[in-house]
Design a protein around this ligand. Structure first.
Ligand code: FAD
Length: 374
């Protein structure tokens, strides 16, 4: 194994799993670590489903990245013989008169060669009469978008990584003094040390705990409640065959995913919740949020009025102050990479991060820590 760079990736979520896989393919000897396993219920990737879309507003690199991620998911579904993305389409509902985000998205969608339709309220109502379009001005429909089986996807990426020769270890890196580097390796919870030439920390909402000085509250973890409601018996209007994943971009911003492998009609408010500790936070949904979403559900999907609540989830967003990713080297320790603040662009991100790490190149300034003035 002489000559192969030894790289340890910490965190097997959406960011870390794919980064480890692409580093392996670029010729590194890779160890992937995770404290509780890929897509575990504490992690931000640990939900059943996530919306996979390319509509991200004006002047941003995410439409292109999401388009690349969508292609890579497809390639890997074929490669692994497993469906991970349900191509339900995504309907983005814009408010008349405050639709800069959507207007600005169209140019980026075209640039990224993403298939989309601009739909009037009439056209949306014709296609999906089960949606009450009151207050909506128009919509963007991405037919090739949909929802990702998030937890399963993380586990499948790990299987692929191992099948290609990667080493996985379920263990936790102790946060002891990581700010001063890992000269004699990482200290693990099992008492052992793990040494490598380079380290990529992709620990999502834990990044601030592991690097309190360098990251600290530059990645804030917020509580996000998710609800699954029961659809009427035998009523296929709310199945993924007959309704796309959707986003109602008003205030609050509510989104939902039909189907969910029989779990029911998923709905959630995108507004950031209060600060949440991914280790110790108790994962109860708020009754107030439930009441609000029930009212909304009855308004936007009248046939779902009084629908029973079947399941709930509590997860956490990891937000950076400007909502852009963090992809950068540690300011003092050049062989430590810090990546997070994200979303489900996993494969495209992993591909990009692996290239940066293996070629020792600088990341896009948009993702660098220097933008926070540190
Ligand atoms: C409710 C909700 C809905 C969302 N919806 C969408 C959506 O529709 N579309 C979208 O694109 N994105 C969505 N996101 C965001 C997206 O899911 C996350 O941004 C993404 O999953 C983050 O992945 P990650 O790998 O950075 O973090 P994580 O998945 O949290 O992975 C970090 C991993 O690090 C491990 N770890 C932590 N500390 C240690 C340690 N000391 N040692 C070893 N391992 C450690 C953890 O076990 C964990 O597995 C949503 C998020 C939430 C919470």
């Amino acid at each position: 194994m002489v000559g192969k760079p030894r790289i340890t990736v910490i965190g097997a979520g959406a960011f870390g799993g794919w980064t480890a896989l692409f580093l392996l393919r670029r010729g590194a000897q890779v160890v992937l670590l995770d404290a509780w396993g890929p897509g575990n219920s504490r992690s931000s990737s640990g939900g059943e489903t996530r919306v996979l879309r390319c509509t991200y507003g004006p002047n941003q690199p995410y439409s292109r990245m999401a388009a690349r991620a969508t292609r890579l998911w497809k390639e890997h579904e074929e490669r692994w013989g497993r469906q991970l993305v349900h191509r339900t389409g995504v309907l983005w509902m814009a408010r008349a008169g405050s639709d800069e985000f959507e207007r600005g998205s169209l140019h980026c969608l075209r640039e990224a060669s993403v298939a989309y339709e601009e739909l009037s309220v009439g056209e949306i109502t014709k296609r999906w009469p089960q949606i009450n379009m009151e207050g909506v001005g128009w919509g963007i429909y991405e037919p090739e978008a949909g929802c990702l089986l998030a937890r399963m996807a993380c586990q499948t990426v790990l299987d692929g990584f191992r099948a290609e020769g990667g080493e996985y270890k379920q263990d936790a890196v102790l946060p002891s003094d990581l700010e001063r580097g890992a000269k004699d390796g990482l200290s693990l919870a099992d008492g052992s040390k793990l040494a490598a030439d380079q380290y990529v920390f992709a620990c999502g909402p834990w990044m601030g705990k592991l690097f309190p000085d360098t990251i600290g509250d530059k990645i804030r973890s917020t509580k996000q409640d998710v609800f699954f409601f029961g659809t009427p018996a035998g009523d296929a209007r709310f199945s993924e065959e007959n309704l796309p994943a959707w986003a109602d971009h008003s205030d609050p911003f509510i989104y939902g995913i039909p189907g969910n492998q029989g779990r029911g009609f998923k709905i959630a408010d995108d507004s950031r919740g209060y600060e949440f500790d991914p280790d110790l936070g108790e994962r109860f949904v708020s009754m107030e949020a439930l009441k609000k979403l029930r009212e909304y559900l009855g308004f936007r999907f009248p046939a779902m009025r009084n629908a029973p609540l079947l399941e709930t989830r509590v997860c956490q967003y990891e937000n950076t102050p400007d909502r852009h990713f963090i992809i950068d080297r540690h300011p003092e320790e050049a062989n430590i990479w810090l990546v997070g603040g994200g979303s489900k662009h996993g494969p495209a991100l992993g591909e990009m991060i692996a290239e940066l790490v293996m070629q020792g190149r600088d990341p896009d300034p948009l993702f660098r820590l220097a933008r926070f003035g540190t």
